[in-house]
Design a protein around this ligand. Structure first.
Ligand code: ACM
Length: 697
């Protein structure tokens, strides 16, 4: 009896689960699951060529398709042959047994159960979920754990129980300002699925382009798109592709403003006589639909009816943002209408328009969604508000009983750090004091990729990998906030996403090589690796001439990463070095990096002779060289234990201050860490270098 008791204890210990940080920190999962336990001392599951997925409920075609996609992805991540790996209709002795209690909905719905449980041991994995949607999420988790080991590709032993924090985790892509071909959309849908995002918000009309084929009003795309639009067949293809990956597709047709492209073919919709041409500049413009004419609503009824059939999702986004009202103010008939209907101002007139449009959207079976500006108590509580202005307006909506989602803080086009997006929580700041009931109204959020400065070539590099940090914020528990862990997993995820054909990493060097005329781009890369585009809306403000939709996006600013991983890692290295957390080789690494910066200019000058694009960044290159020299001298002083003289310190701090000024709309992100080395060598406490205001407006 006693022996048996001991055996039971030993067995219990052997299979005991651990949440030990060391154990789980080696997992590259992103978003981080609600609960992860690694099985102590257990062996991983090897992915062999005989790998088979057994389906418990093989009759659900969506489930089968999800597993087919999973096996294709598994081939990509292991370099296996197309004929490897199998699906079996019963779980039998399959290596991964998959069980979905219920099929997911034919048209994916907001709030469908996405939870799953995944258990992996050395003998096999079991994935079970209430719905096929949960299976899709769990398959991504399984994939993300595939890693090369001394025994071959394998998945560690784990027990994961997971579910999303928010039901709405979106990415908006603006195909209006710059058209994005179908393959761009599809590879980004793959990226979204990999990080468990579930809403693709497709911004389809803008002043600069109307991007969907309308059969009822063909002049919309014929005259409003420069020939760059999606056919209805292509739209259906994208929706089917998204559906197979558990992603809803919500179209946005922006009205009554942001709508010049509509008026090129249909000038009578506008509030001032035409003719109109496609807008080439960026900004907020005067043209707006005429809310006072019945013909406007007749048009929208037919148009929305057509689009409501094309896009099966429950939600229909009408935009509603940034109407400046100038055409309304200049039109006597509209002014007379406002007086007759007691509409006191432009906001009242827009609210009247929204009320009419909401009835049309509802008539066609859809729920209306719009940006903050549409929030008015006269609209029914069913509508959804997307906040680009902040948590406060989201909270205001929730208090009035409206559902909403957050995009303020998640604008990828503003070139913020992943950490800055990661720190934005839909329940924080202005929304911190909501009651539990009001919090229920907050559905989640969406990352937004506005397209003034992106082309099919560089859009992925503006979305990824930073969108993965937002995806984690919206999926993972609220207390998953460790920034170092996030960056470590995001860096890994960035490489991981290469397998889906996303080009955020792969287009970088070819873009730089084009700038150097096909010659060796190594020196340009050394510089490009540590610069970032200016932040916020500073790019417009610092432009030498007004940018338009015809301006080439082929400069260093267009290739440079929104957040330089090299600069971030160098900054961490310097912080640790100065904090005395010195590891072997650390000083050598700092020195060799500084030397490479100091000596880079000589090489880069050669390219500059023959490239206007390289010439533009030579002032930055010059300062990088000076930073390299200053940093090396600072490390010398630190090594000798000698306090740097005041005169030298003042000169070198001026170098750092000059280096952080924007040139070519770029920022030298290593000026900050070098400033810290200078300060420390002079016996001062290192401080962060503040970005100049004109670089971050
Ligand atoms: C917006 O940024 N105007 C939605």
């Amino acid at each position: 009896m006693r022996v048996l008791y001991i055996v039971v204890i030993i067995v219990a210990l052997a299979v005991s689960l651990t949440t030990d940080a060391e154990e789980t920190s080696s997992l590259h999962l992103m978003p981080w699951p609600a609960s992860v336990k690694t099985t102590a001392s257990s062996q991983p599951l090897l992915i062999q060529t005989s790998f088979t997925v057994g389906l418990h409920n093989a009759s659900d075609p969506t489930l089968r398709r999800a597993v087919e996609i999973f096996l294709t992805d598994l081939r990509r991540h292991t370099g296996s042959l197309p004929l490897d790996f199998n699906i079996s209709n019963d779980s039998g002795d399959a290596q991964l047994k998959v069980k979905s209690e219920h099929p997911s909905k034919p048209v994916q719905e907001l709030g469908e159960d996405e939870s799953y449980t995944l258990e992996v041991t050395s003998t096999g994995g079991e994935l079970s979920a209430p719905t096929t949607l949960g299976v899709m999420r769990g398959l991504q988790t399984f994939l993300q754990m595939v890693e090369i080991t001394p025994q071959g590709f394998a998945v560690p032993s784990v027990v994961i129980q997971d579910k999303p924090r928010f039901p709405w985790r979106g990415l908006m892509i603006d195909s209006g300002r710059h058209f994005m071909p179908v393959e761009v959309i599809k590879r980004n849908l793959d990226g979204m699925a990999a990080v468990k995002m579930n809403v693709f918000h497709w911004h389809l009309s803008e002043n600069q382009g109307f991007r969907v084929e309308s059969k009822r009003f063909p002049k919309l795309q014929e005259m409003g798109s420069d020939g760059l639009f999606y056919t209805q067949e292509q739209v259906r293809d994208v929706i089917a592709y998204a559906h197979e990956r558990g992603i809803r597709v919500i179209p946005e047709f922006d009205m009554p403003g942001h709508s010049t492209a509509w008026f090129v073919g249909y000038p009578d919709l506008a509030s001032a006589p035409g003719p109109y041409t496609i807008e080439r500049k960026w900004g907020v413009f005067d043209p707006a639909m005429d809310p006072t004419r019945e013909s406007t609503y007749k048009f929208l009824d037919e148009f929305i009816g057509e689009m409501a059939k094309l896009f099966p999702d429950q939600f229909f986004h009408i935009g509603g943002d940034e109407v400046n009202g100038k055409q309304w103010e200049a039109n006597p008939k509209i002014q007379q209408f406002m007086r007759a209907h007691s509409l006191k101002n432009n906001a009242d007139l827009q609210a009247y328009f929204n009320t009419r449009v909401q009835k049309i959207v509802a008539k066609h079976g859809k729920t209306m969604e719009g940006w903050d500006e549409i929030l008015r108590p006269d609209l029914p509580k069913t509508i959804v508000i997307q906040s680009w202005r902040g948590q406060k307006s989201l909270a205001d909506a929730a208090r009035q009983g409206y559902r909403g989602l957050l995009s303020s803080g998640y604008y990828l086009d503003l070139m913020g750090t992943a950490a800055s997006h990661y720190a934005v929580d839909p329940f924080a700041d202005g929304a911190a004091n909501l009651s539990d009931e009001e919090k229920q109204k907050i559905l989640g959020g969406e990352a937004c990729m506005w397209a003034e400065y992106v082309s099919p070539e560089n859009i992925d590099s503006r979305i990824w990998p930073r969108a993965a940090a937002i995806a984690e914020r919206l999926w993972s528990p609220q207390d998953v906030t460790d920034v170092n862990s996030m960056y470590a997993r995001m860096d890994h995820t960035s490489q991981w996403l290469d397998a889906y054909g996303l080009t955020h990493n792969t287009n970088y060097v070819p873009m730089l090589e084009r700038m150097t005329g096909g010659s060796d781009a190594a020196a340009l890369r050394t510089l490009a690796d540590i610069v970032e585009p200016v932040k916020g809306y500073a790019r417009e403000q610092l432009a030498a001439s007004e940018p338009t939709s015809l301006t080439p996006l082929n400069r260093v600013i267009d290739a440079a990463r929104p957040e330089s991983a090299t600069a971030r890692q160098f900054g961490e290295l310097v912080n640790n070095f100065l904090a005395g957390q010195i590891k072997p080789g650390m000083e050598l690494q700092i020195r060799s990096t500084l030397i490479s910066w100091r000596d880079n200019e000589l090489q880069l000058s050669a390219s500059a002779q023959s490239s206007s694009i390289v010439q533009e960044v030579m002032p930055l290159s010059h300062d990088l060289s000076a930073l390299g020299t200053a940093g090396l001298q600072a490390v010398d002083y630190l090594d000798r234990g000698q306090k740097a003289p005041d005169g030298w310190k003042a000169e070198q701090l001026a170098v750092a201050q000059r280096a952080i000024q924007p040139r070519a709309q770029l920022l030298l992100m290593v000026a900050g860490p070098v400033q810290k080395l200078i300060q420390a060598s002079a016996g001062e406490k290192p401080t962060d270098l503040v970005l100049p205001k004109n670089a971050s407006d």
